[in-house]
Write a protein that binds this ligand. Structure first.
Ligand code: C5P
Length: 275
């Protein structure tokens, strides 16, 4: 069936996937206060869902009440889009959350990218990819990656993106304890001088050949802030998973291989796949 013409496309539903960092290297602190990163990012099929509908009046609702605020990155993305699009429009936005927050899975950034993509489609593609990219860069370091997702090597603040051939689909377990971690706090606790010197380009080449390495330079800082996370990682390793690695700034871990993660019942546990 051919797609409906623009006038008839009043509603659109999009998936907003989570990501993991197969490796994340911190290369230094920048003059703007951010860190220079080099990371191999991968989207997974643990995803939120965003529904957009042209309406008489703007409206935002979310399946998670604490996230239903004007501070939500989805609203910031909507406002940023409006600054680039002169014609008036009103939109009803509903966000169904499945990705845990303060987990390092990029949920908020992915929601913002989905809003930009979805709104652009709903309005008949008025903005070029480059404009969407520029808006995404202003919204957050990971937002540009999520405009297309997949497998990508990201540098700079995270916004310099080299998209790669999709990794073979793999099963990955996401395990998150009931507590979360604040991204700025984790970054603040990094001791750059104590990080292992590794060449991210070499890491990338090794990944493309199919053999790791998996590492995350934010792990030490996250484990200092939440020592129970280091214990959780050790437990999952003894259960046969390898590697077990912090997702972004945490507090979730991803695990490859192994069976079913045996963790307390109040932990978030999901089986997912690379997409
Ligand atoms: O860009 P975003 O708003 O997602 O970043 C959240 C926080 O993470 C920043 O305020 C900063 O403290 C830290 N950060 C960083 N270097 C990066 C990305 C994020 O220091 N490359």
């Amino acid at each position: 069936m051919s797609p409906l013409p623009f006038q008839e496309r009043l509603m659109i539903t999009l998936k907003a996937p989570a990501k993991i960092n197969l490796f994340l290297r911190l290369l230094g602190k920048r003059a703007d206060g951010y860190h220079e990163v080099a990371s191999l990012m991968q989207t997974i099929d643990l995803a939120d869902e965003l529904r957009l509908e042209l309406a008489d009046k703007d409206q935002f609702s979310c399946s998670s009440a604490p996230l239903e605020t004007q501070d939500n990155l989805v609203i910031k993305a909507l406002n940023a889009f409006r600054q680039h699009y002169s014609a008036p429009f009103e939109v009803r936005v509903h966000l169904s959350k499945n990705i845990p927050v303060e987990a390092g899975l990029g949920g908020g950034s992915s929601n913002a990218a989905a809003l930009l993509n979805g709104l652009n489609e709903l309005l008949g593609l008025p903005l070029e990819d480059e404009e969407l990219y520029q808006i995404a860069c202003r919204l957050g370091s990971d937002v540009p990656f999520f405009l297309k997702g997949g497998t990508a090597f990201c540098k700079g603040r995270g916004e310099e993106i080299k998209r790669l051939k999709k990794c073979d689909s793999q099963v990955v377990w996401i395990v998150k304890p009931p507590y979360g971690l604040s991204t700025p706090l984790v970054y603040q606790n990094v001791h750059l001088a104590s990080l292992q010197e590794r060449d991210p380009l070499l890491s990338l080449q090794e990944h493309l050949l199919g053999h790791g390495p998996y590492y995350n330079d934010l792990e030490e800082a996250a484990f200092t802030l939440a020592p129970q996370l280091a214990t959780l990682k050790a437990t999952l390793l003894t259960q046969g998973f390898s590697p077990v690695l912090l997702c972004g700034s945490g507090s979730s871990l991803f695990c490859l291989g192994g069976g079913y993660p045996d963790v307390p019942s109040d932990y978030f546990v999901r089986k997912a796949h690379f997409i």
